[in-house]
Design a binder for this molecule. Structure first.
Ligand code: AMP
Ligand code: ZN
Length: 121
């Protein structure tokens, strides 16, 4: 998947609308369109890294900062005490969008009927 055809590159550039939670020069965070938990946000590097297995030394800083943004977003959305950060690399592992992303999921305690979803993915 080339960057010009990538849905997450288009979200990061604003070409495709999203419910944005955070943006800086290198990172973008937005709500998942099909949430698997009461709070479900995706944090992405703006750089098109198709799969985590393709990461390079040049990406270490931005991917580390994605975790800082994950923590900041979790606190902002009041799930700072209980959230998961998940990523899949490769189709057989469940990756469906080939632009590396971290799922931030949480908020189960406010929505007991979704407790089962705690096992996501
Ligand atoms: P994964 O299956 O781990 O690759 O996760 C991809 C995620 O992207 C899924 O949870 C989708 O619901 C989500 N997704 C796909 N397209 C969009 C979109 N246009 N806006 C927000 N989330 C999306
Ligand atoms: Zn991309």
């Amino acid at each position: 998947m080339e960057p010009q055809n990538c849905v997450f590159c288009k979200i990061a550039s604003g070409e495709i609308p999203s419910k944005k939670e955070y943006e800086d020069d290198e990172i973008f965070a937005f709500h998942d369109i099909n949430p698997k938990a009461p709070i479900h946000v995706l944090v992405i590097p703006k750089k098109h890294i198709p799969r985590l297995v393709e990461v390079s030394e040049d990406d270490v800083e931005v991917l580390g900062r994605c975790q800082l943004v994950a923590a900041q977003v979790a606190k902002k959305l009041n799930i700072g005490d209980a959230f998961r950060v998940l990523t899949a690399s490769g189709e057989a592992a469940g990756q469906s969008v080939f632009h590396t992303h971290y799922h931030i999921v949480g908020g189960w305690q406010e929505t007991p009927e979704m407790e089962v979803k705690k096992e996501f993915p």
